[in-house]
Design a protein around this ligand. Structure first.
Ligand SMILES: *Cc1c(COP(=O)(O)O)cnc(C)c1O
Length: 428
């Protein structure tokens, strides 16, 4: 709150496309999709209309023994995301609770099938999976976790990739994921007690927009199958076209055992999340009621009709508008324009995939030594850029672009130029 004393919160009155408007008409370009949720731009007419229709028809109904058209339609569409290999869908209402569900389902599956020693969960370094107690327990970032450590589950952090500071001196797209050997050894060592490992496929978002190659993901899929460890892919931020494919897991052509979806699922209109899983997992829970094998987990707003209708609209738009193909070109253009950052000595790396481009600022490009965090350099760049009309919201000293997929060329020019000028001004 102290930050706000000399920097009051910005009041937004309305929004359209990539633009947020203040009451006085001043506008700010939303370069981060309002924390990674917006896909088709603010105020998308089609999604808004579908929501209106649904609200008038059926706003909510109990989702136990009752269902409705939007939930059914959405389930069919989401099942199609992984070629119907993950046809069983569980709805919740935010990303963290989707992660909780995936963890609990994996755990209960082990109990039911008699693998009762498999009670633990792993995650990889720099992973982030939300901030409720279970989700936080499988997160790696000390910033969110440290103070709560005594109340969290006893989880295991497996070594993950770190392409910018690769200890093997390899390049991101030509390596053979040499670093995976460490991950393999770690998981093999704990394989008897592990229920699942959770990872963000290809793009570790909150961890600083870290991008790793598909080969790492392929290897972890193979290993999990060998060791009988469930693979949970958290596509909450990476899904819905951000990386140039509808799901980031598709880069590695893998099928996880569980997939968590949220954020872009409703195009940034309403809170909704889903967990996808396989028939095989489902079958374990399938039994006469009195055997008590059912998955006991519920939320009051599970399968909310308005939220699921918004998500149906998003899936319709992906089918109808060719947005993925178009966004690939826009992503290329952002990458091309962002190259000018390299002229600055404090730019350590520009990394990019699909519609995401991140710039990591460092003290020394050669040694890749980080900037002194106490200077809050990224934060100061964010503030400067906002005053010039671009919402950047840094992740530490990583500045990134993750705009709605519909951003136009001119808007990209403005976004990149303001970010670049702000960086130069702050870093001199
Ligand atoms: C945002 C995020 C979550 C948590 O979702 P919430 O809806 O904020 O609880 C989980 N995993 C990833 C990868 C995320 O980016």
């Amino acid at each position: 709150m102290q930050d706000y004393e000399d920097y009051p919160a910005t009041v937004i009155s309305h929004a359209k496309g990539v633009w947020l408007y203040k009451k006085d008409g001043a506008k700010i370009l939303d370069a981060i999709s309002s924390w990674w949720v917006n896909i088709f731009g603010h105020g998308n007419k089609f999604i808004a209309r579908e929501i209106k229709k649904q609200a008038k028809k059926l706003e909510h109904v109990i989702f136990a023994n009752y269902t409705h058209e939007s939930a059914v339609r959405l389930s069919e569409k989401l099942s199609g995301l992984f070629d119907h290999r993950l046809p069983k869908i569980f709805f919740t209402d935010n990303g963290s609770s989707a992660v909780e569900v995936a963890l609990k389902m994996s755990f209960q599956y082990r109990q039911i099938v008699g693998e009762t020693r498999r009670t633990r969960f792993a995650y990889i370094s720099d992973g982030y999976h939300g901030e409720t107690v279970g989700a936080l327990s499988v997160g790696s970032l000390g910033l969110y976790k440290k103070i709560f450590e005594p109340m969290l589950m006893d989880t295991l952090e497996a070594p993950g990739p770190d392409c910018f500071r690769c200890p093997y001196d390899q390049k991101r797209y030509t390596c053979d994921a040499e670093c995976f050997e460490k991950t393999r050894r770690f998981l093999a060592e704990h394989s008897q007690v592990l229920s699942a490992i959770i990872i963000e496929p290809i793009l570790q978002v909150a961890g600083g927009m870290k991008i790793y190659p598909a080969i790492f993901l392929k290897k972890i899929r193979e290993l999990c199958s060998q060791l009988n460890i469930h693979l949970i892919c958290d596509e909450i931020a990476s899904g819905f076209g951000r990386t140039g494919k509808i799901m980031a897991s598709h880069h590695a052509q893998i099928t996880p055992d569980f997939v968590c979806l949220s954020k872009g699922l409703t195009g940034g209109f309403l809170p909704l999340a889903a967990v996808l899983t396989s028939n095989e997992i489902f079958e374990a829970f399938y039994a006469p009621y009195l055997e008590h094998k059912a998955f006991m987990h519920s939320h009051s707003y599970t399968g909310n009709p308005i939220a699921t209708r918004a998500a149906c609209a998003v899936m319709d738009l992906f089918e109808k508008t060719n947005i993925l193909k178009k966004s690939l070109k826009r992503g290329d253009y952002i990458r091309e324009r962002a190259q000018k950052f390299l002229s600055h000595k404090n730019v350590g790396e520009i990394r990019s995939i699909g519609m995401v481009t991140a710039i990591e600022l460092v003290k020394n490009r050669k040694t890749r030594e980080s900037l002194d965090g106490r200077n809050r350099t990224g934060y100061r760049i964010y503030r400067r850029a906002e005053s010039k009309g671009v919402l950047l919201r840094n992740l530490g000293d990583v500045i990134y672009f993750m705009p709605p997929l519909v951003i136009k060329k001119k808007e990209i020019d403005f976004m990149v130029d303001v970010a670049f000028d702000s960086m130069r001004k702050i870093l001199k």
